[in-house]
Ligand binder design. Sequence first.
Ligand code: SER
Length: 388
Amino acid sequence: MDTDQLVRVFTEYFEERGHRRITGSTLLPPPGDQVLFTTSGMHPLTPYLEGRPHPLGRRLVNLQRCLRTTDLDEVGDRTHLTVFEMLGSWSLGDYEGPQSLDWGYGLLTDGFGVDPGRLHVTVFGGDDRVGPDTGSLELWQDRGVPVELTVEDNWWSNGPTGPCGPDSEIFLWTGDTPPESTPTRDDRWVEVWNHVMMRHRRLDDGSLVPLPQRNVDTGLGLERLSSLLQGRSSVFECDVFDPWRRLLPPLWRLDEPSLRLVGDHLRSSVVVIGDGVRPSTTGRGYVLRRLVRRVLTVLRRDDPRRGLGDLPDELVRHTLDRFRQDVPTETVRQVLLDEERRFDRLLDRGRRLLSRPRFRGPLGEDDLHYLHDTHGLPRDLVLDLRSR
Ligand code: SER
């Protein structure tokens, strides 16, 4: 099943069960949201989870692009991407968690053909404020799926305050042996789908109050499930990365971890630029800057002549199309090339400064602060220049 088919099967399954398809939003969350980027399909729906009636009703389904910087250091492993797409379904004060889990189980096993014996789930075991999620527990016991109870791992929130609740996560076994152990003890269990019983709101003082309605918010990482259904060993090998795997290796000879990082960060940069963000020293623009500069640092490590001018247009086009962004490829290329020029100027300045007698010996914290505050040279860049 290719990725587009997966999206179709998912949305049709929920449409057949009374859900209306909504159009995904950009990576920029609505004003007032606490995060820089949309990290989950629920962001654009926050007002409706809090009780405002949605024009399309109480059952929704969609595909939302997301960006997670919390996972930045994990990019390059089998399952994490910086920008990814999330399939989601919502009950806005309509049906309850067990119904959502039951449909989820049906879709995974009947719709996607996952062997039920490769599933494990986790369920909220309760803490001193909220009791155990017995509804989810009973549903899974009824279906014969093994359950692990946890506390922190099964509580989902968007940020320190706002809508939150207990969740039940569905894991798929990816090992070569028969399934063993549990999701928190063995990372061959890979999380594929999270169902959040979103019925609380956390206030500034940390206390929990009930939301005006009992919602369910689910999210399924598209590239992750796609790679698993396609029997690939990492997200970078699912079909959406085919053009990247075809065009990057002949262009830049990179080891596998660097290839994954460069592919992920360039693809993410294209999407972020496509949503209107430009590199800067703060906020979203700084995230973009870090992504581009990390790519350049990896590329130049082996060959200083490498540059983003060589990035094939086809990869920019393929990414913009995949994320349904109506932006000329030339605009994206221009932003990348401008940032590359800025980075090169900074490198030149850094090299010149570091050759001064004052900086020839070991660098102390004072030196690093001075180079950053007075000359705009980030700590990482200085340390990188020194290590060459
Ligand atoms: N909000 C939950 C998550 O991001 C489910 O969509 O995991």
